[in-house]
Write a protein that binds this ligand. Structure first.
Ligand code: CMC
Length: 367
């Protein structure tokens, strides 16, 4: 009998939020192509779509923008906790701890509220920016009420008004990263919420799942790979060496996509707009092409293509986000999808409780 691993092909829930069609390379958020939302809509509009089920009209958008703006300022107890956490704790651990700490008696309610999802989404970028600056001995930057979500993130990290092209590219990345069906972290968040735990505990659980290198931790490893390869002429030998030693090429392969990941395709275009013609972009294209050829040779029939992380890394590098912020930035994006799923789960809740097949020893009968 085949080993039961990884829940491959198992349907864990019905959802109205997102469709991932791995055979056709389709990604749809509530009836809209994610790649269209990424280039034609704002972060706030896409988030409204996921949380409320429709794109906002002018009044709804303005109201959401106001609510997000008002939630961007860090509460005092969050600052105190951020200052108290060990400097050696990586950002994903910081996010997990701080988000869990928001589940005060007042906030740990059932069912979760969409206002909590909005507040947490706004707060996360402020938490990342505060921590990042404080580790460098820099004073925190207050949010700028004139800037939208993505631009504010860059502003609060650097203290400088961002280049509009960078803010646009980041918006596209954040929208493409928002939602992806029953991926590991969304599943983990829904499982936690299904026990009637609170939204903050569920997001904290999802963050812990997100950080692994097989999921959200991949983009920094993509950068490490591109840096180690360094020049086009070294790419093939470097990747052959990894594959011959049973290793994995980061930014390639996907449980669901058996064709090109539409997010990778969209982000390639975004990256090209920012860095087309640069040696770093040329190297990324060459590595992509070589990797797909080598994966077909070493893993025939597995249909391994570029996944979102490969060009996510390229976009984040192009807008000068430090590598240690890649996975936290993915987390800031996916929080919208996680919380939309948690709100949906609460509406139809039944606790997740699968079975396992016992393969251990049995007691000796008849003694
Ligand atoms: N490089 C080399 N071989 C690979 C790769 C890769 N990137 N991905 C899959 N394979 C091989 C794997 O070795 C296995 O071969 P064999 O059958 O000979 O043992 C076969 O393909 C199937 O792999 P699997 O691990 O059973 O596939 P999975 O569906 O469990 O894993 C994955 C999906 C994304 C974890 C995997 O493709 C991988 O490790 N990729 C590299 C890490 C990465 O880029 N992660 C980001 C994923 S996209 C964003 C997200 O979901 O967060």
């Amino acid at each position: 009998m085949a080993k039961v691993t990884g829940l491959e092909g198992v349907v864990a829930a019905e959802t109205d939020i997102g469709l991932v069609d791995g055979e056709r390379g389709h990604l749809i958020y509530r009836g809209y192509w994610a790649k269209d939302l990424a280039v034609n809509y704002s972060f706030e509009e896409a988030a409204h779509l996921l949380w409320y089920g429709s794109l906002p009209d002018g009044r709804e958008l303005a109201a959401l923008q106001t609510r997000l703006r008002e939630s961007r300022k860090l509460p005092e107890q969050v600052r105190l906790l951020l200052d108290a956490l060990p400097k050696t704790l990586p950002m994903m651990g910081v996010l997990q701890a701080v988000v869990a700490s928001l589940a005060t008696e007042e906030e740990a309610v059932w069912p979760p509220k969409v206002s909590q999802a909005e507040r947490l989404t706004a707060l996360l970028i402020a938490i990342i920016a505060y921590r990042h600056r404080s580790l460098q001995g820099l004073a925190p930057i207050d949010p700028d009420p004139e800037l939208d979500h993505a631009a504010n993130y860059l502003y609060m990290l650097t203290g400088e008004r961002p280049n509009p092209d960078h803010a646009k590219a980041l918006t596209a990345y954040l929208i493409l990263g928002m939602e992806h069906g029953m991926n590991a972290s969304t599943f983990s968040g829904r499982v936690t919420l299904s026990t009637q735990s609170d939204l903050f505990a569920a997001v904290s659980a999802a963050i812990g799942t997100m950080k692994g290198p097989l999921h959200g931790g991949a983009p920094s490893e993509v950068i490490a790979m591109l840096e180690e390869i360094g020049t086009k002429d070294r790419a093939e030998a470097w990747m052959r060496n990894v594959l011959e030693n049973g290793g994995r090429l980061m930014g390639f392969g996907h449980r669901i996509y058996k064709t090109k990941d539409p997010r990778a395709e969209a982000l390639r275009i975004v990256t090209e707009r920012l860095t087309g013609g640069d040696p770093s972009f040329e190297l990324a294209l060459h590595v992509e092409e070589t990797a797909i050829r080598l994966l077909a040779e070493y893993k025939p029939g597995r249909r391994l293509y570029t996944n979102v992380e490969f060009f996510a890394a390229a976009v984040m590098m192009a807008i000068k986000l430090p590598t240690e912020l890649f996975t936290p930035t993915f987390t800031a994006a996916r929080t919208v999808g996680w919380t939309a799923h948690m709100l949906e789960q609460a509406g139809i809740n039944r606790i997740f409780r699968p079975q396992s097949t016992y393969t251990g020893r049995m007691p000796v009968f008849g003694d």
